[in-house]
Design a protein around this ligand. Structure first.
Ligand code: PMP
Length: 390
């Protein structure tokens, strides 16, 4: 068994900072001198009281979460939120608009259809989800209760960014953008694969949800942030455990919560704060993704999947000129200790995930490998093929 660690570019569950893993190792054995490990503590024990309190407080501190937004840690994944959102917020006679910019957004749209009237305000299917729409591309209803979006499309490697008049990512600053929505509606955002990769303005959202297993920890809990006034909505009777307001009232402890996954979020939040917070994390993420995008921009060999205006800071998707070369790339990369880069079957090629915990050294190693692979495999024929697809 290899003792060394590899660079793991998995799209999720994904790599964790080494210091966080080491802390977990210690706390599994004996946390805070209690003589027992975190996995053995009751969710009503004082040790967990403190962990939960600090985890909620650090989450809020990282992004200046306004007082009228409540955070809960629940189970069921982001997939569970596909029905929890409409079940809690959409009445049978109301309409919600869905902007489907990728596979997961399609899933959200599909699940919501059981609860109310839902419309697809935009679909990216026509270009295999390579581009994030402009506001002018959206066909929103007059009065949707909410508009649902996915801020980062994990499979296709696209993300919502502010753009200049020419459609370029604004000053290369990679700041978040949300669509303009009708007055009285609120925005629901699936932020699974880019939450806390950059600063966030909560006032733009009604509900945000994200599985923890990419930027914020491990699989097992989903973070949901809900604006307080929306907790008053009661569109239908729901089991108590599935009511946002019950989970908020009980601080995510209506029943036994996923203690270890929430504890892991707590460690990640402290790590983010130690890195200098979201501004510093964001600057580092821009540098990290830049190392790989620079190789793609300067290449006659690789074909990026995402349009430049829409490319993601978190998941970088591209292909070689042929599928055989894609396979060779994945195989050789693995032999170099660069793991989990095979793209999702819907997008093909490669996907390199560069979440918060991926060190700059990992992005550098990938960029160097890409340059070397191109040098060794590029021929006049492959260049012509790549150009034909450009
Ligand atoms: N939304 C997005 C953007 C995702 O990336 C994923 C998982 N990769 C999901 C939803 C589904 O999350 P889960 O498997 O936790 O239900």
């Amino acid at each position: 068994m290899p003792d060394h660690r590899v660079f793991n570019y998995c799209a999720g569950p994904s790599c964790l900072p080494e210091e966080v893993l080491k802390q977990m190792q210690q706390d599994i054995w004996n946390i805070q001198g209690t003589g027992m490990g975190i996995l053995e503590h009751s969710h009503r024990a004082k040790t967990y009281d403190k962990i939960l309190e600090e985890t909620e407080a650090d989450f809020a501190r990282i992004s200046n979460l306004p007082k009228n937004y409540k955070v809960i840690f629940v189970t069921g994944g982001a997939t569970g939120q596909n029905w929890m959102v409409p079940a809690n917020l959409l009445a049978q006679n109301e309409t919600a608009d869905y902007i489907t910019t990728g596979y997961w957004a399609e899933r959200s749209f599909e699940h919501a259809q059981m609860f109310g009237h839902v419309r697809e305000a935009y679909s990216g299917k026509h270009d295999n989800y390579a581009r994030i729409p402009d506001d002018a591309d959206l066909k929103l209803s007059d009065k949707p209760t909410y508009v649902h979006m996915c801020s980062n499309n994990t499979i296709f490697g696209t993300q919502w960014h502010q753009r200049d008049a020419k459609g370029r990512i604004l000053d290369d600053a990679w700041l978040p953008r949300v669509p303009k929505i009708p007055d009285g509606s609120f925005l629901v955002c699936d932020m699974c694969s880019d939450i806390y990769c950059r600063p966030i303005d909560w006032s733009k959202y009604g509900v945000v949800y994200a599985g923890a297993q990419k930027n914020l920890g491990i699989a097992g809990t989903t973070i949901v942030v809900v604006r307080e006034d929306l907790l008053e909505r009661r569109p239908r009777e729901l089991p108590i455990v599935n009511q946002y307001r019950a989970q908020v009232a009980e601080h995510s402890r209506y029943n036994t919560p996923p203690v270890f996954a929430i504890y892991a979020c707590g460690l990640m939040f402290k790590w983010i704060l130690k890195q200098g917070g979201l501004q510093a994390i964001h600057e580092r993420n821009v540098r990290k993704a830049g190392l790989i995008y620079d190789v793609l921009s300067g290449s006659k060999f690789y074909r990026p999947h995402a349009e430049r205006s829409s490319r993601s800071l978190m998941n970088i998707t591209f292909r070689c000129p042929t599928e055989q070369l894609d396979d060779l790339f994945v195989k050789e990369a693995q032999a170099h200790g660069l793991e989990n880069i095979k793209g999702h079957r819907a997008a093909g090629g490669m996907r390199v995930s560069t979440y918060n915990a991926m060190p700059e050294a990992g992005c550098n190693a990938m960029a160097e490998f890409m340059k070397d692979f191109e040098k060794r495999n590029s021929t006049a024929k492959t260049e012509a093929r790549a150009k034909a697809h450009a």
